[in-house]
Ligand binder design. Structure first.
Ligand SMILES: Nc1nc2c(c(=O)[nH]1)N[C@H]1C(S)=C(S)[C@@H](COP(=O)(O)OP(=O)(O)OC[C@H]3O[C@@H](n4cnc5c(=O)[nH]c(N)nc54)[C@H](O)[C@@H]3O)O[C@H]1N2
Ligand SMILES: Nc1nc2c(c(=O)[nH]1)N[C@H]1C(S)=C(S)[C@@H](COP(=O)(O)OP(=O)(O)OC[C@H]3O[C@@H](n4cnc5c(=O)[nH]c(N)nc54)[C@H](O)[C@@H]3O)O[C@H]1N2
Ligand code: SF4
Ligand SMILES: [Mo]
Length: 884
């Protein structure tokens, strides 16, 4: 049976067509009727069905590591939370939520925490994600509302991507932009990112600015707009306040393009080109994400962008808007229910007149707090101090994602009661849980999410839950009832919760408040089940929702005017002092999602990049005596990170990039956040996880190995390992910096038995062994002096339970089937096309991405690899001769 649901990864919020197949799903497809993606899916979305199944899932509640049942777990939590509240006060209990909860889960958690336990300490991983954009929206518009919609990215004649890499992180939006560009070649794209990313491929201009100088660049633009006649004086006068102060501040830091160019380390001509294009293109959309938000001046950076849009009246108009894109599937829903420490509920803050009283009355809440609570980083500090005695963590993995995770670990280790609700059995955070609660995952749970353009879509429960897993709203409600709050948490299902949430959205009574779901408050269960995507506000006036906000120039501030904000630039904080420091930034890769709890299960998604890495300019590697692919440490006074170097001349010299995904489940020392200090934006509380400093040091690997099919009880100290799930088995990538003189002995010790075949070449530093069970392969170990191994897909395929003939067995120690050419690193995950095959096809005459697609299939499914294919095509084309 075919069903429509929504992708649980990024904030694009694509519709998915899923067909149920027993307890799983057939390969999923994009929903042609969903407005976000009209049938397309990126590589992560199209691998969704491969991440299901019971393997690795948390299936039963656990108390102190011991399995228990729901009755016991709920009774235990009801008793403990009641005791804590009575003895230490409601504010000794904290909640740390996530933009990956459904709106219904989020709503119930917020209501329970603030209204019934009476704690203000409710924050979320969205603090690490878009809280700077939220704060900027509030300062400028009086409300956290994204004015534009996805169509604006297509209608725009100029798209500015600032601190965002949508080719990898919002792929379907990027594809929509690309398509619009192909249809209207006069349309332009500017990318502002210190790194050359996949999103830069199609850009007409790349401003690889010095990290952290964005406010100077945008201040300079504001000055240019004023001086070039592009300033829309009539509109600004009618609809905005305090433009003068903002312009004055801009002139101080960025009086002219020359100063900007110098401070941002850019060419003057490039700065001028950007300014000229912006000034003369009425349909301009500026799209920003974590490169701006994750900074101690993230809020200022966002307001610096919004200032320029206000100055030109480019807001709420087709193709013209500032556009903060959200990262998580329901970051927006969390903002709607008010699940942040500084919010109360439904876009009402603690200081919104009358809001507290209205909400307390509506909820019949016994204990609504009076003041905002701790934001994420401060929340964990309060736990460490012992002010907070219990924290309930839902749908986030803070021991990987918070800056300075060692401190957070320390906090949790000494917190008397740590409750973690998650879908999977093992995460870095779950390892410290006193109580672990199995939550339903995607395709099991039911509810709504809101994407980056305010569009609410249904996620639908399609398959039976694994084990005893329950919806998050169910778990919270059951604990609330165990504390005696029966009537307030007696929900029949998500539809009832959604209706209540929709009603709360009308409580403020402020006609200028944009967030309003009033017209959805009477949805029947059946309507809710059948709900199709709709953009808020949904009111009697706009029963079908609204694409754009603030079209009339009336904002949600008390006087209805939008506010210019004077911006005084502030560079990134100085990191811990280290000798010969490099600047470190962190971000995402195309095929992984955050801490890999789901994408790390799909072998196909680990083929593009399978180990933690350090991307650096070749000159920096050379200066540190490192070659591409060597293992190296990044180290500063706070923490260290071990990964493989990747040389890229797309990095600015002196700067390195590390991916955020790897953690203790997948590698030895691959926590990027270990390098980032707890520096926050004082306005938003968002941590500065794009800027750190560290020294680069060689690991000096003396041997390298691959082990498939087996693993020792524990890896010896000092060894590097990375776990790489493959189609049939698991491959361990290993290396050590002290020689292992006795490989045969080590191999027997690791695998606990005699190998069935063995090849020793101690002089060359080479060793190979294989273990069989009857005629089936059990494990293979390959040791080399350098990190040179054949592609291992063929070896992996032998682990499919199948008898192996003698010929095959003989080739096992070679690691390769001599008949099959090695495809090289996989570029196209959908069709498994490797770099070597692409290069061969290019050498044989293919000269475009579409040619490659016809020949090899690559790039023709989800399209996520097209930017890389284009790069390979460009590299293969002859250099222009210069005389034509
Ligand atoms: N594949 C994949 N997609 C994802 C996610 C994922 O985990 N994997 N996560 C989702 C989530 S939650 C989020 S929040 C989004 C994030 O989406 P993005 O914001 O696009 O992701 P990042 O890679 O974190 O950072 C974007 C860029 O900021 C740049 N940058 C660093 N410092 C600066 C600076 O000072 N100025 C400027 N202008 N740029 C800078 C980095 O070089 C990087 O290329 O992605 C979402 N989509
Ligand atoms: N250095 C550095 N740090 C960063 C960032 C960065 O760019 N650099 N980015 C930051 C950003 S933008 C973000 S969004 C965070 C992301 O960081 P996290 O939120 O910590 O990462 P996830 O892996 O998405 O964690 C989600 C967890 O919820 C579980 N889960 C999934 N669905 C459900 C569900 O329905 N219910 C329950 N109960 N659990 C579920 C998953 O198994 C997983 O363990 O990282 C932040 N940290
Ligand atoms: S762009 Fe990809 S990850 Fe994001 S919602 Fe769409 S399919 Fe999912
Ligand atoms: Mo995020």
């Amino acid at each position: 049976m075919g069903c429509k649901t929504t992708c649980p990864y990024c904030g694009v919020g694509c519709g998915v067509d899923a067909t149920i197949n027993g307890n799983g799903l057939d390969p999923v497809r994009g929903d042609p009727d969903h407005p976000a993606n009209t049938g397309r899916l990126c590589v992560k979305g199209s691998a969704l069905h491969e991440t299901l199944g019971s393997q690795g899932r948390l299936t039963r509640p656990r108390i102190q590591g011991r399995d228990t049942d729901w009755d016991q777990a709920i009774q235990y939590l009801g008793t403990e939370l009641t005791r804590l509240r009575d003895e230490r006060g409601g504010d000794s209990i904290a909640f740390y939520l996530s933009g990956q909860l459904l709106t219904e889960d989020y709503y119930v958690a917020n209501k329970f925490a603030k209204g019934f336990i009476g704690t203000p300490h409710v924050d979320t991983n969205s603090r690490l994600c878009m809280s700077s954009a939220v704060a900027a929206h509030k300062r400028a518009f009086g409300e956290d509302a994204v004015p534009g919609c996805y169509e604006d990215l297509e209608l725009a004649d100029l798209v500015v991507l600032a601190g965002a890499n949508p080719a990898w992180n919002h792929p379907i939006l990027y594809q929509r932009m690309q398509k619009a560009g192909a249809e209207r070649p006069e349309r332009r794209m500017v990318v502002i990112d210190p790194r050359r990313t996949a999103s830069r491929e199609q850009a007409d201009l790349h401003l690889a600015l010095r990290p952290g100088t964005d406010t100077i660049l945008w201040n300079g633009l504001l000055v240019w707009l004023a001086d070039s006649g592009a300033w829309d004086h009539a509109w600004v006068e009618a609809h905005c306040s305090s433009p003068e102060a903002a312009l004055e501040a801009a002139r101080e830091s960025a009086p002219n393009p020359e100063t900007v160019a110098e401070r941002c380390d850019l060419a003057v001509a490039d700065v001028q080109t950007f300014y000229e294009w912006f000034a003369t293109t009425p349909r301009t959309t500026s799209f920003w994400s974590q490169g701006l938000n994750q900074s101690r001046s993230g809020t200022d950076r966002a307001n610096a962008i919004i200032n320029c849009h206000l100055a030109t009246g480019r807001i709420g108009r087709p193709g013209a808007t500032p556009f903060s894109v959200t990262g998580q599937p329901n970051a927006m829903g969390g903002r709607e229910v008010g699940g942040l420490a500084n919010q109360l509920a439904a876009h009402m803050d603690y200081d919104t007149p009358g809001a507290r009283e209205a909400l307390a009355h509506f909820w019949q809440a016994p204990a609504l707090p009076e003041e905002p609570g701790h934001k994420a980083v401060a929340l964990f500090e309060a736990i460490e101090r012992g002010d907070i005695q219990c924290v309930w963590i839902m749908a986030t993995n803070p021991l990987v994602s918070l800056p300075d995770p060692e401190r957070a670990r320390h906090a949790l280790a000494q917190c008397p009661l740590v409750i973690v609700s998650d879908c999977v059995a093992d995460t870095d955070t779950l390892a410290l849980a006193d109580v672990a609660l199995p939550a339903m995952g995607w395709a099991e749970k039911d509810g709504t999410v809101t994407n980056s353009e305010r569009c609410i879509s249904r996620q639908r429960g399609l398959i039976p839950a694994v084990g005893e897993a329950r919806p998050d709203w169910w778990i919270i409600s059951a604990v609330a009832r165990a504390m005696g709050f029966n009537a307030a948490f007696d929900y029949a299902g998500p539809a009832a919760i959604f209706r209540e949430h929709a009603l709360v959205s009308t409580l403020s009574g402020d006609p200028k408040q944009q967030f309003n779901l009033g017209a959805l408050a009477t949805l029947s269960d059946r309507d809710y089940d059948a709900m199709t995507p709709i953009q808020w506000p949904v009111t009697p006036e706009h029963p079908r929702g609204r694409e754009r906000l603030f079209q009339d120039g009336v904002f949600a501030t008390p006087d209805g005017h939008a506010c210019f904000i004077p911006i005084h630039p502030k560079g990134p904080a100085r990191g811990p002092t280290v000798t010969t420091p490099l600047r470190v930034t962190s971000g995402r890769i195309r095929d992984q999602w955050h801490t890999m709890t789901r994408t790390g299960r799909a072998a196909r998604l680990l083929q593009h990049l399978c180990e933690p890495f350090i991307e650096a300019h070749p000159d920096d590697l050379a200066a540190h005596d490192l070659a591409d692919g060597d293992l190296a440490w990044l180290s500063n006074g706070q923490g260290r990170y071990l990964g493989r170097t990747r040389a890229s001349d797309g990095m600015r010299p002196g700067e390195v990039f590390v991916p955020i995904h790897w953690n203790h489940q997948f590698t030895t020392n691959g926590l990027a956040s270990a390098l980032f200090p707890r520096v926050i934006d004082p306005l938003s509380g968002q941590p500065e996880t794009k800027h750190a400093t560290a020294a680069l040091l060689p690991f000096n690997a003396r041997w390298h190995a691959r082990l498939l099919g087996g693993q020792p009880e524990q890896w010896p100290e000092g060894l590097y390992w990375a776990r790489v799930p493959m189609e049939q088995t698991t491959c361990w990538h290993l290396a050590g910096n002290s020689p292992i003189p006795d490989w045969p002995g080590t191999a027997r010790q690791w695998l606990g038995g005699e190998p069935d075949s063995e090849m020793r070449d101690p002089r060359a530093g080479r060793y190979r062994a294989a273990w069989y069970h009857g005629d089936q392969l059990q494990a293979v170990l390959l040791v080399e002096p350098g990190n040179d191994f054949p592609g291992l897909d063929w070896l992996d395929s032998l682990f499919q339970a199948q008898p192996l003939d003698d010929g095959t067995r003989r080739r096992v120690l070679a690691g390769r089937d001599s008949d099959q050419p090695d495809p090289g690193p996989i570029i196209c995950s959908c069709y498994q096309v490797g770099e070597r095959r692409i290069e061969e096809a290019l050498a044989e005459g293919c000269d475009s991405v579409s040619d490659l697609g016809k020949e090899l299939g690559c790039g023709t499914n989800c399209g996520s690899c097209v930017p890389e294919l284009r790069q390979l095509v460009e590299q293969s084309l002859p250099e222009p001769s210069g005389d034509g």
